[in-house]
Design a binder for this molecule. Structure first.
Ligand SMILES: *Cc1c(COP(=O)(O)O)cnc(C)c1O
Length: 358
């Protein structure tokens, strides 16, 4: 059931930033969406209000036990000024799967989609049209009950904020160096690795910091049991092109089921490229490199879309991947996917949802 969303417009619209020099997630729009949860009432009082700080009791459970889940998706401006959302229903479904794992009561998926649309429509002037730019949409849920006992919260708040973001690749898509992480792990099966929950990111920061100290942009995560099977790259899913086959780790429970991952798999199959979802060990990757079959490695995620890997740092060795430049397949996927997202290319998969005009 869709509840009516109340609206309080800002009386002090902000000055918009220069849309051709945006970073990532530093600037926020004029409005935000809020909705609260309490037992008996359930999710209630959906509302759009001016973007502003929120006030929480210091004992709010989210601060202590991390009951918090989030999503990330983008709205794009087409050349003819339409606004398109990329597979938003997938993000909303995943948000509910994350909620389920964190013992957070589920949201009405139609209601969330309506909230997304109304909020973006309210702040539509903030959707940038510069090449590579978009409006990043961040829905999240936090446990707000003021209580220190370790138990699922009985109160929550669901919030959506919007941030115009610039091109991830201001100097064009380019490969990065990756540190193969053999000490820290991101997640284990049975844990919360498949949920988009705050703690996963807190746990990943130290490895990330050490990797960047060693000149690497990201870490390649190995599984927590054997420290052997590849799971993800940074906070992206990962793909290997070995010979004529593309391999991506299967969803074993410890990795995040990316929407770009799913889209890339579908696109490759549409192009008749063989794709395997299976466990792949770092040994197999290194072996394929030695034998000359490892053509490309790339990460996938909403922020960068495709992030090619130019170099793997593993046990003191530096393996140059595919000559160091952006691989042919990585470039084709990037061009096609961003083309579909911005309406420059046809959308044979019906992934894009047009925001109805006001
Ligand atoms: C969000 C995320 C991804 C990518 O998911 P997309 O839906 O493709 O953006 C991959 N791994 C982790 C850990 C993530 O948090």
């Amino acid at each position: 059931m869709i509840q009516t969303i109340s609206m309080e417009r800002t009386r002090a619209p902000k000055t918009k930033p220069e849309m051709d020099s945006l970073g990532f997630g530093n600037v926020f729009t004029d409005h935000m969406f809020l909705m609260d949860y309490e037992p008996v009432r359930g999710w209630h009082q959906p509302r759009i209000v001016p973007y502003q700080p929120i006030s929480l009791d210091p004992s709010a459970r989210v601060f202590h036990y991390g009951q918090s889940v989030f999503e990330g998706l983008k709205a794009y401006r087409t050349q003819d000024r339409k606004i398109l959302l990329f597979r938003p229903e997938m993000n909303i479904r995943r948000l509910n799967r994350s909620c389920e794992r964190l013992s957070i009561p589920p949201l009405d998926e139609e209601m969330v989609l309506e909230a997304l649309k109304q909020l973006i429509r309210t702040d539509r002037e903030w959707v940038p049209g510069e090449p590579g730019s978009s409006l990043y949409v961040r829905p999240f849920v936090i446990a707000t009950e003021p209580a220190l006992g370790v138990a699922p919260s009985r109160q929550y708040r669901f919030i959506i904020i919007l941030s115009p973001v610039g091109s991830y690749y201001s100097e064009g898509i380019h490969p990065v160096s990756i540190h193969v992480e053999s000490e820290y792990v991101r997640a284990v099966a049975g844990g919360v690795g498949h949920a988009k929950t705050a703690g996963n990111y807190a746990a990943s920061l130290k490895a990330q910091e050490e990797a960047s100290r060693n000149g690497c942009a990201q870490v390649l995560w190995l599984d927590g049991v054997h420290r052997k099977y590849v799971e993800e790259v940074g906070s992206m899913n990962v793909f290997f092109r070995i010979g004529d086959t593309v391999v991506t780790p299967s969803l074993t429970g410890s990795l995040l089921e990316g929407i770009v991952r799913d889209s890339v798999i579908r696109m490759l199959r549409h192009w008749d490229v063989a794709v395997e979802e299976r466990m792949i060990s770092i040994g197999e990757v290194v072996e394929a490199h030695r034998e000359g079959f490892l053509q490309e490695i790339f990460g996938t995620g909403t922020a960068a879309v495709i992030s090619p890997v130019g170099e793997l740092h593993w046990q003191g060795e530096k393996l140059a991947i595919g000559g160091g430049g952006t691989g042919e397949l990585s470039a084709k996927i990037y061009e096609t996917l961003t083309g579909i997202q911005t309406g420059r290319l046809p959308d044979p998969f019906q992934w894009m949802m047009e925001l109805p005009p006001a």
